[in-house]
Design a protein around this ligand. Structure first.
Ligand SMILES: C[S@@+](CC[C@H](N)C(=O)[O-])C[C@H]1O[C@@H](n2cnc3c(N)ncnc32)[C@H](O)[C@@H]1O
Length: 779
């Protein structure tokens, strides 16, 4: 139904891709969802059987249904699941004419605990069909709050990213998890720093006489290489790829994909697993890459058979034979490639990975490819046998167990296409294999593999590559940062406001220059800025926050119990402790990583670390409070069980009024005991917890009981320190719990005087800007 009227929604209505609708523009032309080169390529590669071809193409042309995942760390996880199971599943069914699909929405069978959902409505249908409005509003709000993540069903995974904006997105997503155990970095994955300590180094903990071993190398238990790819598995949500697609896109990325995968394996612990994944269907970006890394790391790495895992996820085995398309012709073997094309078509693209006759040449080609020392190949004899060029086009078949890879195509479960291989490191790599490729050496993907005729148009749409160089991306950071210097909570740019340039008064940006400076002064400011930024352009270095006076004032003010490890776990971006605006809490393992990073000269470009826990109260009135740091909304869930002062329980009616009106005079609270306790709090930040059925001690709060908000205690009133949207969400959840009778105490505490107090409260002046979390603090 794409059109906007009320009516039942049939997925087959929207047979043009997502984004493929008119939206009132008379000049608009639908995207073509055809590309003869695409058809020819994939028919020949036989990624689906000939009988399946029509279904495959039919699904590729349909818009992608919306899928989303419930954030298991959300305090409302169970409420949301129950709303989906008991409310939306039924109400949406009456709006749905399903074609092949029986259900309007359903939990993904392969994902645990009904936490991931598939809807049979495309994003366009959700936007346009009024009957779906309630569900659409629900998805939008819960996504914004962070209770759900709208995501393609096949991509529920995390990684480092070269693109700063993608890093921002990662930070936004991970922030919702409220964990102190996350670091986001911004590196070319193929050059990701190893952070290896000199063998003779004596760890800090040993110097301190502690027995704990410090890590002396950055190695991971699990690595995910979700690599840049041609992205033709996302055709359903990005139909413009139909027009841009050509076989050179995959060929051009093959070399970089190998480099990234090899680097990932170097950073993996022995026994650890690495997932190599793409959202492309192309064997050159998939099986050919996996085959090459197995050849290069033979004896050190194995391909894991995961065919028994997630049995409800419909998938098909990886291919063992495929062909290479170059300049409009099929090449079945490297030796058949035209001589002039041997820079663009390389041996690793073919199933057997064989080069020409001379093993020395072969090895030098491979060295170039990944810039790493290679294991000597043991196929000399075979290579010599292959010396004579063949005239007939013999098919190459890989002898590697590539059927252990998994390929998902769109009609498997009405989703996108994806490729996954799981690799296990079985032995440590010799020293030569550990090094990342030298940055000075021209990457092989530029030097060797990128076919010259790959049109600009093609590289534009390479998933995650585009035409952005690292420097170009880095240049954008300060610009984005300046958008969010006001402390607002616009989440997507969190990285920019909080992690870049914690340089106190902002003058380093040249924004606060006054007096006799003019242009020269600004230039000088600019210079100073570069010096202050440390080695990574646009990102201030992370430093441990060790100011004992400040830490003690925080501990004392909030009565934080000693068992909560603040000491040594706090970091900032500003060495000048007087101007620190935000203090982040880091977990033990992140702390170890950071210590290692310092030991090895800070090679990591860290764009986000840990959990924002404290923020300097910036308003003038705020500085008169005994503690100049408030607890951030993100940090509150973690800290809550450890706070013993400045914390009060409010009845439902008072809690609701706070959410509703944002600022309440003490005299207007319904509960007289709460009124007295609130006015007795010290001025400054405080925490208000909703009273629950069982009056547990605050230190015993569990996740389900953590309905708490940060507030500001002023002279005569309490004001919330929560965004308007979070207030709205909390209100709605509380109302829903009351309606379903899930929490009986909520109904009991509701008083008959509610209407009366509402009238009273309406007289209270409401804060002007409900969007900001800076409170309307009175003096
Ligand atoms: C398929 S996407 C990964 C998406 C990721 N799993 C997520 O959920 O955000 C590939 C990503 O690789 C990034 N990229 C491109 N070239 C890179 C490189 N050389 N090193 C690291 N990341 C790179 C792109 O910016 C893009 O976000």
């Amino acid at each position: 139904m794409g059109g906007g009227g009320r009516g039942r929604s049939d997925p087959s209505d929207a047979n043009q891709g997502e984004g493929n609708s008119q939206s009132g523009d008379p000049t608009w032309q639908p995207f073509s969802t055809q590309n003869p080169a695409f058809d020819e390529y994939y028919k020949e590669q036989a990624i689906v059987s000939p009988e399946e071809w029509d279904t495959f193409i039919e699904y590729l042309r349909k818009p992608l249904p919306a899928a989303f995942r419930i954030n298991s760390s959300s305090q409302f996880c169970m409420d949301i699941k129950s709303q989906l199971e008991n409310d939306f599943m039924k109400s949406l069914q009456s709006e749905f004419v399903g074609g092949d699909e029986a259900e309007a929405i359903r939990p993904l069978p392969w994902y645990p605990d009904n936490l991931a959902w598939h809807s049979n409505f495309s994003r366009m249908q959700l936007r346009k069909n009024q009957a779906l409005e309630k569900f659409h509003e629900f998805l939008k709000l819960e996504n914004e709050i962070g209770n759900i993540t709208r995501q393609e069903a096949v991509s529920m995974v995390l990684a480092n990213d070269l693109d700063v904006q993608r890093c921002n997105l990662l930070i936004h997503q991970t922030k919702r998890m409220c964990t102190a155990n996350v670091v986001v970095t911004n590196h070319e994955a193929q050059h990701f720093p190893g952070c290896r300590l000199n063998k003779n180094w004596v760890g800090a903990s040993e110097v301190n006489g502690q027995s704990e071993a410090s890590p002396n190398q950055l190695l991971f238990d699990r690595v995910l290489c979700d690599v840049p790819c041609s992205g033709d598995g996302t055709l359903r949500k990005a139909p413009d790829i139909w027009r841009k697609w050509n076989s050179g896109m995959g060929n051009g990325l093959h070399g970089l994909q190998i480099q990234i995968a090899l680097r990932g394996l170097s950073l993996l612990k022995v026994g650890g697993r690495m997932v190599y994944s793409t959202c492309s269907m192309n064997p050159i970006e998939n099986e050919a890459v996996v085959a090459e890394i197995l050849r290069r790391r033979e004896g050190f790495v194995e391909l894991v058979d995961v065919s028994m895992e997630l049995p409800q996820l419909i998938r098909r085995p990886g291919l063992r034979k495929w062909k290479v398309r170059d300049k409009g012709t099929w090449v079945t073997s490297y030796k058949d490639a035209e001589k002039s094309r041997r820079a663009a078509v390389i041996p690793s693209m073919f199933p057997c990975g064989r080069g020409l006759t001379d093993p020395a040449d072969e090895n030098s080609e491979r060295d170039d490819l990944a810039g790493q020392e290679t294991k000597p190949e043991d196929d000399t004899e075979q290579l010599e046998n292959d010396a004579a060029p063949t005239t007939d086009l013999e098919e190459e078949i890989s002898n590697l167990p590539l059927e252990r890879c998994m390929r998902i195509v769109p009609h498997d479960q009405n989703g996108g296409a994806f490729f996954i291989a799981v690799l296990r490191k079985i032995a440590p790599f010799p020293a030569g294999m550990q090094k990342p490729m030298s940055k000075r050496a021209k990457p092989s993907s530029e030097k060797d593999e990128l076919p010259k005729e790959v049109p600009d148009k093609a590289s534009e749409h390479v998933n995650g590559l585009g035409d952005k160089s690292a420097d170009a991306l880095n240049e954008k950071v300060p610009e984005a940062a300046s958008d969010h210097t006001d402390g607002s909570e616009a989440a997507v740019l969190e990285i920019d406001s909080s992690n870049m340039h914690e340089s106190g008064d902002g003058s380093a940006r040249g924004t606060g220059v006054s007096g006799n400076g003019g242009t020269d002064q600004m230039k000088a400011g600019g210079k100073r800025k570069l010096q202050m930024q440390g080695k990574w352009k646009g990102v201030d270095p992370v430093v441990f926050f060790k100011d004992e006076a400040v830490i003690n004032s925080i501990k004392t003010f909030y009565g934080i119990v000693e068992s909560f490890p603040l000491d040594g776990h706090l970091v900032t971006r500003n060495e000048d402790t007087n101007h620190v605006k935000r203090i982040y809490f880091i977990s033990k393992s992140v702390k170890e990583l950071l210590e290692l990073n310092f030991q090895v000269g800070q090679p990591l470009k860290i764009t986000s670390i840990g959990l924002k826990m404290f923020e300097r109260q910036s308003s003038i009135q705020g500085t008169s409070a005994p503690c100049s740091f408030r607890i951030s909304s993100e940090g509150l869930p973690l800290l809550l069980p450890y706070i013993t002062k400045q914390i009060l329980r409010a009845s439902l009616v008072d809690f609701k009024h706070l959410l509703q009106y944002k600022s309440i005079k003490f005299s207007d609270f319904v509960d007289s005991e709460f009124r007295d306790k609130a006015s007795d709090l010290q001025p400054g930040c405080c925490v208000i917890v909703l009273k629950s059925a069982e009056e547990m001690p605050l230190s015993g709060l569990d996740t389900a009981d953590r309905i708490a908000i940060g507030c500001w205690k002023g002279k005569a009133s309490l004001s919330v320190l929560v965004t308007a949207i979070d207030c709205q969400e909390l209100m709605e959840r509380l109302v829903a719990r009351m309606e379903t009778g899930k929490d009986s105490s909520l109904q009991e505490t509701e008083t008959t005087s509610d209407n009366a107090i509402d009238e009273e409260i309406n007289k209270v002046e409401k804060p002007e800007d409900a969007k900001t979390i800076e409170p309307a603090i009175e003096g």
